[in-house]
Design a protein around this ligand. Structure first.
Ligand SMILES: [Zn+2]
Length: 201
């Protein structure tokens, strides 16, 4: 049997011995009750499947129009990137940059990193660290909420036709939530080669 690993509680610093968990189990600190780590159901294979599905939906969300607006016989369709460009040209550079970073750049980076981390047997500590650092900046759901509010407000001014990307974005929002629940950084840290894992755990 391998020697038991030690884990420090991130809330109270109590050093404890790791125990194997059943699927869906959660280990809590024996002093303060904080969650130390969990063994998510399905594990890595499920997380990888969810990541690849999310990547596909992300591609569809960016290739197809988000919404079409019909007003006085004119029809105008825009993709997400088209919306970013319009914002940029209308002197809303800051908002354009924010939308680009939180809705396009970071989610793309996150999905790519996660696919690599989950697919290789010995993921790199640096990649895992980057992925965990960028995760909070992916705000697909905030963007989705903004789009829905705008669509509802514009509905009485023009005819709004939801595009393919709007539906795939909706599904992507749900997938990101499922992915967050399944992605298990603790398990990945354990599979990081020991030589470069000491600084990051
Ligand atoms: Zn504790």
């Amino acid at each position: 049997m391998p020697a038991a690993r030690l884990i420090a509680c991130h809330d109270c610093d109590l050093l404890q011995r790791e125990v194997p968990l059943p699927a869906g189990g959660v280990a809590t600190c024996s002093r303060c009750g904080a969650v130390l780590y969990r063994n998510s159901r399905g594990g890595r294979q499920t997380a990888l499947a969810l990541t690849l599905t999310a990547a596909l939906l992300f591609a569809i969300s960016n290739l197809y129009p988000l919404v079409s607006i019909e007003s006085q016989g004119n029809r105008h369709a825009t993709t997400l990137f088209g919306a970013v460009l319009t914002l940029w040209h209308e002197h809303s550079a800051l908002i354009a940059a924010l939308v680009f970073v939180t809705t396009l750049l970071i989610p793309a980076l996150e999905l790519l990193n996660m696919a690599v981390l989950l697919a290789v047997p010995r993921p790199s500590a640096a990649l895992l660290r980057i992925t965990l650092a960028v995760q909070p900046w992916a705000m697909v759901e905030v963007f989705m909420l903004g789009v829905l509010v705008s669509v509802a407000k514009l509905a009485h001014l023009a005819t709004i036709v939801p595009g393919v990307a709007l539906w795939s974005f909706g599904a992507l929002t749900l997938l990101f939530a499922a992915l967050t629940a399944t992605f298990n950084p603790h398990e990945l840290w354990r599979s990081v080669p020991v030589a470069n894992s000491h600084a990051g755990s």
